[in-house]
Design a protein around this ligand. Structure first.
Ligand SMILES: [Zn+2]
Length: 275
């Protein structure tokens, strides 16, 4: 059996419900879990480059406060809770820059710990279970962040791992992963996942997107497919060809009987072998 986890990043208090519904109704109707890496207390002043607001803030207006906890959007929370196919995991805390670097690429242990705990608290205050999985903004984690994340979460989903950024006590397991050439690995209780880049992105060729996804699924036992809801609605306009590709992906995943689409919770709770 092969396994696929669909991870959509950057849901936050300003995410329009209609967009999630448009993208994921076919997945929910087919019983395919959708994992939303959710920003617990989004910084509404977050930028992706000098002065350019993050596109996941597209619904913000002049009156928006600097931070918005997920729970401040009652309708969104209600929608996510009503649809049990959505699984909420923690995506950073505020998704902002700290000392000119990504939120969890910094090395201040106190700040990192406070942000991890603050993020979890905001998700639980909104009525969700304690998240078991963590995704760092821009998949960037310092050594200290890796240590603190592994103390709190059963699953970390990120792009890749580099020896120089790993705690020294993790080196033996990392050496084994390298020797065996396995994409995913474990340290203690924590499952450490990689993903093959964002295939479902408007930066990629639409002509080859589905084939790239199929190839990734063929080449490993467990594939994490990463996407971002806001990429499908740039300038608040639906990118129809791109949305169709996402829905074709849902059809493909549902059709294959030798493949199971799971949540991060399933991975932590069931005894699924990683590689
Ligand atoms: Zn993000």
């Amino acid at each position: 059996m092969k396994y696929v986890i669909l991870r959509d990043d950057d849901t936050n208090a300003l995410t329009p419900i209609d967009y999630l519904e448009r993208l994921y109704r076919p997945f929910l109707d087919k019983g395919l879990p959708v994992n939303l890496a959710t920003i617990p207390n989004v910084c509404t002043e977050a930028t992706w480059a000098e002065g350019k607001p993050e596109l996941f803030l597209m619904a913000k207006n002049g009156a928006t406060p600097k931070n918005l906890p997920l729970g401040s959007n009652k309708k969104l929370v209600e929608y996510l809770r009503e649809n049990s196919g959505f699984h909420v995991l923690q995506h950073g805390c505020r998704h902002e820059f700290v000392n000119k670097t990504y939120e969890f690429a910094q090395t201040n242990r106190w700040d990192i710990s406070s942000r991890l705990d603050e993020g979890t608290k905001y998700l639980m205050d909104a009525g969700f279970d304690r998240p078991i999985a963590f995704v760092a903004p821009n998949d960037q984690l310092s050594k200290t962040s890796l240590e603190e994340v592994s103390k709190r979460f059963r699953v970390l989903s990120t792009g890749w791992y580099e020896l120089g950024r790993l705690p020294i006590s993790w080196w033996p397991q990392y050496a084994l992963k390298k020797t065996l050439r396995t994409p995913h690995w474990r340290v203690g209780q924590t499952i450490l996942l990689t993903h093959p880049g964002c295939h479902l992105s408007y930066h990629k060729s639409y002509a080859t997107m589905l084939d790239e996804i199929k190839n990734s699924i063929e080449s490993r036992r467990l594939t994490v497919l990463v996407t971002h809801w806001w990429e499908y609605f740039r300038n608040n306009k639906p990118d129809e060809p791109f949305i169709n590709l996402l829905h074709e992906t849902a059809d493909y995943l549902a059709r294959r009987k030798d493949l199971k689409v799971i949540s991060f919770d399933d991975l932590a709770e069931e005894n699924i072998s990683l590689n």
